[in-house]
Write a new protein. Structure first.
Length: 305
């Protein structure tokens, strides 16, 4: 959304470039492979949107403008849309038109930025990711007409104030374990560039999305994992779907001291590399602390007070 948790025009923005190289998870020790592979290289009333919207025009609105009742579609025996549903649909249409692109029947980057501003949220906030999840947005920085209408229906909101009022409930829902898992998996797909047929996340975008998706429930090992990816000792360029999904399992079953990690289990080989690298880093850190402590003790002995 704008510069948001969304695709940005500026590749050096918060989420970095989306033109990441493909990555596929590998597994050493005969589990997946011996290398990291590519890591190194309808709306209301049960009607469909198509039944209600034609060429970006709301049939109800067009009928009202002509002074005629709205024409029905499909089976004439179907229950008519209630007045409340019609009113909500009309408000959703007005809201959508406020932000939609002039040439495309969708809310694009510029409209998304204005949408976020009116919601009083920063485009990089976790709330925006949660909203995109509830709208089931297929890609960053875009809401199609269908996504917007179905999303507003899903959260029972048809105005800026209504959406804002729903945020506490949405954030609470995202804390539930099963719902968070769904949000977490959605985030990977959301970060891909569907127009380019991308199948792996660029490393920098994956780092930004990991920080974002764990806003409410940060695992103890997250900082070390992201530090490892930033240092990039393995030279990886992309994160596969398998690695992304398995990291959530990793945070749930592996303790922060990594002592219960086993290379013999079916983890992606990148996790093997991370654990080995992190344990070595901690060892060097402890050695450095010991040397500094010894030097301090010697100074105190040589120069007693």
């Amino acid at each position: 959304m704008g510069q948001c948790v969304t695709k940005c025009k500026n590749p050096s923005s918060t989420l970095g470039s989306k033109n990441g190289d493909r990555e596929a998870s590998g597994k050493a020790h005969g589990k997946r492979s011996t290398v990291h592979r590519d890591e190194h290289s309808t709306v209301g009333g049960g009607k469909s949107v198509g039944d209600i919207l034609v060429n970006g025009t709301n049939k109800m609105e067009a009928a009202l403008e002509c002074g005629q009742p709205p024409a029905s579609s499909g089976d004439a025996k179907k229950e008519p849309v209630s007045g409340t549903a019609e009113s909500s649909l009309h408000r959703t249409e007005e809201l959508f038109r406020r932000y939609k692109d002039e040439r495309e029947d969708a809310i694009l980057e510029e409209g998304m930025e204005r949408f976020c501003n009116d919601l009083c949220v920063d485009p990089t906030e976790f709330k925006v990711l949660v909203l995109a999840w509830k709208f089931q947005a297929a890609t960053m920085c875009k809401f199609s007409r269908t996504e917007f209408f179905e999303g507003c229906k899903a959260i029972s909101a048809d105005s800026i104030d209504g959406i804002c009022a729903r945020f506490p409930t949405l954030l609470s829902e995202a804390r539930q374990e099963d719902r968070f898992k769904d949000l977490y998996r959605f985030t990977f797909q959301f970060g891909l560039d569907s127009e380019e047929g991308q199948r792996s996340l660029h490393r920098e975008i994956a780092i930004a999305l990991w920080k974002l998706v764990f806003t409410q429930n940060k695992p103890p090992i997250l900082d070390q994992w992201l530090y490892f990816l930033n240092e990039n000792p393995s030279g990886i360029k992309g994160i596969s779907r398998d690695t992304w999904n398995m990291f959530l399992n990793f945070t749930q079953v592996i303790g922060p001291d990594l002592s219960n990690y086993s290379e013999d289990e079916a983890w992606p080989s990148l996790f093997d590399t991370f654990v080995e690298w992190e344990m070595e880093r901690r060892k060097k850190e402890e050695e450095t602390k010991w040397v500094v402590a010894s030097q301090t003790d010697n100074l105190c002995t040589e120069h007693p007070t």
